[in-house]
Design a protein around this ligand. Structure first.
Ligand code: FES
Length: 159
């Protein structure tokens, strides 16, 4: 029996689409959940979502490439985001970025061995800036000392 690869369905994506009643308006939420389950968005998942929501694959690719948070490949073990929007910049985000670049041996918006160091433009924590998001954990009022503690904790986890 011959199976055409471009007809293979992603069961996880199919189930998640069904949870959202195959509603095209739920595309962002569906993409987010599928990525959370797989760690990235596979070709099979995108094909399945396009078919389930009855939208073109080009439309999905447009959305996925527009939003920086969607990953098409397996990502780093750890995503480390530092807010560099105005409120956080005013209270020391630049120093944190320099410290994180030094600690991980990579530049902002690049990846080291196991870490993706990324800029964020407001994490919704402005009153407690500077803000840092490590995977799903949000930290506020982060200074260089606190950043070093956070980095050490996550380095120990990923090594
Ligand atoms: S400006 Fe940094 S959390 Fe809003």
């Amino acid at each position: 029996m011959v199976t055409l690869l471009n007809t293979v369905e992603d069961k996880v994506a199919r189930d998640i689409c069904r949870d959202y009643a195959d509603a095209p308006d739920s595309l962002l939420e569906i993409l987010h959940e599928v990525q959370h389950k797989h760690g990235h968005l596979t070709d099979e998942a995108l094909r399945t979502i396009a078919q389930a929501l009855n939208i073109s694959r080009a439309e999905i690719h447009g959305v996925v490439s527009f939003y920086h948070d969607y990953k098409r490949e397996v990502g780093a073990k750890l995503t480390f985001k530092i807010c560099r929007a105005e409120a956080c910049q005013a209270v020391g985000a630049k120093e944190l970025i320099a410290e994180a670049e030094k600690a991980f041996g990579t530049k902002l918006d690049a990846s080291a061995k196991d870490v993706a160091l990324e800029a964020a433009y407001c994490l919704g924590n402005c009153a407690l800036g500077p803000a840092v998001l490590v995977d799903d954990n949000l930290y506020g009022r982060v200074d260089v000392t606190k950043l070093q503690e956070i980095v050490a904790r996550y380095k120990a986890k990923t090594s």
